[in-house]
Design a protein around this ligand. Structure first.
Ligand SMILES: [Zn+2]
Length: 247
């Protein structure tokens, strides 16, 4: 197999043997891959800092012999995202985004759109302080790219504009109090103002968002996390980290 030169974002790593690591990378050219970084844990290796989560790198990916795992070589840092690393809240939300990408993408699924979008979002997360707004916009756009189109303005069953509503990630949006009929598993209540806010921002392609009431933004971020929890079937591992730094 040839050597693929590619940009990549480091999602996570695990130790392998005495000196190596296996990195989960989201690459532009090959999608999500796992690749062995040889010798990376030796003290003299400059390769090590390139394998921190978030780091945007250039690397060469290849298969050696009959191995089923990729190897990495000629790795250099394009952007270390040090401004994310300096802020615990940005780290927490950044790790949540990486975990989402890891959970939703299959190995080898090339998705240059998501790659560019993740890279742009990490840029914004580094530079801006409205972390939750960035998270909400990423979440909604990522859901759309993954095929989930939600209705936040009308009951998906009767079409009414409800005063009191529940939100069903599996059914595709709001369900009014009249249509809920006892079955509330996998649903959660949603405040009308929050539904209106999500409806107004759900089709924004970029990361520009009008400032909104803090309570509404906080609750909207919780709704987005609730949607991902329902789709995945349990909370993301980084969800607990976010909860801990809040407390
Ligand atoms: Zn209804």
């Amino acid at each position: 197999m040839p050597l693929y030169k590619t940009e990549a974002i480091v999602i996570r790593t695990i130790k392998l043997g005495e000196a190596d690591k296996i990195a989960t990378l989201f690459t532009n050219e090959l999608g999500k891959v796992r690749a062995v970084a040889k010798g990376v844990r030796r003290t003299k290796s400059r390769f090590g800092s390139a394998l921190e989560p978030f780091t945007h790198i250039n690397t060469g990916i290849f298969i050696k012999g009959s191995s089923s795992l990729y190897r990495m070589r000629d790795t250099g840092i394009i952007h270390s995202y040090h401004k994310i690393r300096e802020d615990i809240n940005k780290i927490a939300y950044g790790l949540y985004l990486l975990e989402l990408v890891d959970r939703f993408l299959l190995e080898g699924d090339v998705n240059k759109g998501v790659f560019a979008f993740l890279k742009d979002t990490l840029d914004f997360l580094g530079e801006r302080e409205d972390v939750k707004e960035i998270f909400i916009l990423f979440g909604l756009h990522f859901l759309r790219l993954s095929g989930y189109q939600y209705k936040f303005d009308r009951c998906i069953s009767c079409g009414d504009d409800p005063l009191i509503a529940f939100f069903s990630p599996h059914k595709g949006g709001l369900i009014c109090n009249g249509c809920i009929r006892g079955e509330q598993r996998g649903m959660f209540p949603i405040n009308k103002a929050v539904a209106l806010y999500l409806n107004s921002v759900k089709n924004i392609d970029g990361m520009i968002i009008e400032p909104a009431n803090t309570d509404i933004v906080n609750e909207a971020a919780e709704i987005i996390k609730g949607i991902f929890t329902e789709i995945i079937g349990r909370p993301l591992l980084t969800q607990e980290f976010i909860n801990e730094i809040k407390g």
